[in-house]
Design a protein. Structure first.
Length: 400
């Protein structure tokens, strides 16, 4: 494929930045169409964009109906960027796949087990593929973890931890908040369901999927009138016993007083240890440390400065936007697959489901007071029964 003809659905904060990055940062790519149910996101200047999107993408045709866009321009589109709310990705992905249009979907991949099965089957039936837009998998620190693992410095992983603590986005009214105004999912989706930034990098270091989970929450203390938890903590385990603990803000719009904590990771293997501690303000920047008994000098912790920007793109000025460069990296990996006519995206739909589905089960566990649950996937026996039994369970515990 010489030139990628790109469309985007979802022009909220994330969608605007991603499609602008694709347009500005890549040759042999043309944005031909854009879609959002709110036309003002196309015609009016928005948060962090210096001019209206209609001026950013003058050659693109705008639609308020996704179905109409696909009907009229489907034969002119090679890939759709799905940048809708985090709880409504699957429907848009499936409609593109049915027309054999490739998909770049942000994460989480799905919101329910039913969606997981339908999306998995839709890709199998299509000539097109889904690229999972897991930008956390392309960060410097994620690649550093993977490099240590592949080189045998860590051995096989035994136990790992991740934390993703977001500060409150609700310090100003929703109507005045440029992030929340077009992202209602942030206030309703349990934080533990938005687990892909945390699990994605760690699952790269494992040979098994996660099989069991139980999750507990703190209830609501910061804002007692809202249902749900301020903080949730989930334990995941593989069939062989490898365990992961994940600590998350209970809601995707934060809700906590502290703005520190964000992304952190630790892991213990049979031959080594690593940690990436997120920044705690300007005086305490993020830091990556590791230890390995495979190295003569690795008996003590070795510290290196950490960052989001992957080394491969650090020389490119255009890449230095969007989560420190990892947004550019994940787009580049997707586009290179199409330009080179490769058979598979580097982060497949199956990869996306493996990092998404455990959070669905964990949210159900938290709502049931920490009940242990067995995690299944669309390609496994018993998943259809879970669609009926698990999807019907609440995501958020009811207030007494």
């Amino acid at each position: 494929m010489q030139t990628i003809r790109l469309a985007v659905v979802g022009l909220g904060h994330r969608g605007r930045l991603m499609v602008k990055l694709a347009h500005d940062g890549f040759k042999n790519l043309k944005v031909v169409a854009a879609c959002d149910c709110d036309p003002l996101l196309w015609t009016e200047k928005q948060h962090l964009i210096d001019r209206p999107m209609k001026d950013v993408l003058p050659e693109a045709k705008f639609y308020t109906s996704y179905d109409q866009m696909l009907e009229e321009m489907g034969h002119e589109i090679d890939m759709v960027l799905v940048e809708t709310g985090a709880d409504v990705h699957a429907e848009f992905c499936m409609k593109a796949l049915k027309r054999d249009i490739h998909v770049f979907s942000d994460i989480p991949s799905v919101a329910t087990l039913k969606e997981a099965k339908e999306l998995y089957e839709a890709e199998k039936a299509s000539k097109a593929m889904v690229m999972t837009g897991a930008n956390a998998n392309e960060t410097f620190y994620s690649n550093a973890m993977l490099d240590l693992y592949k080189r045998g410095m860590l051995g096989e992983m035994i136990y790992m931890e991740a934390e993703y603590i977001g500060g409150s986005m609700r310090s100003i009214p929703r109507s005045e908040n440029p992030i929340l105004n077009h992202s209602p999912w942030r206030s309703v989706v349990p934080g533990i369901r938005y687990c892909t930034h945390s699990l994605g990098p760690l699952l790269r270091l494992m040979r098994e999927v996660l099989r069991y989970t139980y999750c507990i929450g703190t209830n609501a203390h910061v804002d007692p009138d809202r249902p749900g938890d301020d903080v949730q903590s989930a334990f995941f385990q593989t069939e062989s016993g490898v365990a992961i603990r994940l600590l998350r803000s209970g809601r995707c719009d934060g809700g906590l007083v502290s703005n520190f904590g964000h992304h952190s990771y630790r892991g213990w293997g049979t031959k080594g240890y690593f940690e990436m501690i997120g920044d705690r303000g300007p005086k305490n920047p993020m830091c990556f440390r590791f230890q390995s008994k495979e190295l003569y000098c690795g008996q003590d912790l070795i510290e290196v400065p950490s960052k989001y920007m992957p080394n491969e793109y650090s020389h490119m000025e255009v890449a230095k936007v969007g989560h420190g460069g990892c947004d550019y990296a994940v787009l580049d990996k997707a586009f290179q697959t199409l330009w080179k006519d490769l058979d598979e995206f580097p982060i497949t739909l199956k990869d996306g489901l493996v990092m998404t589905i455990p959070g669905i089960y964990a949210a159900k566990s938290a709502a049931q007071g920490g009940m242990k649950m067995t995690i299944r996937y669309p390609w496994e026996e018993g998943f259809d029964e879970d669609i009926v039994n698990v999807d019907s369970m609440p995501d958020i515990k009811c207030k007494k």
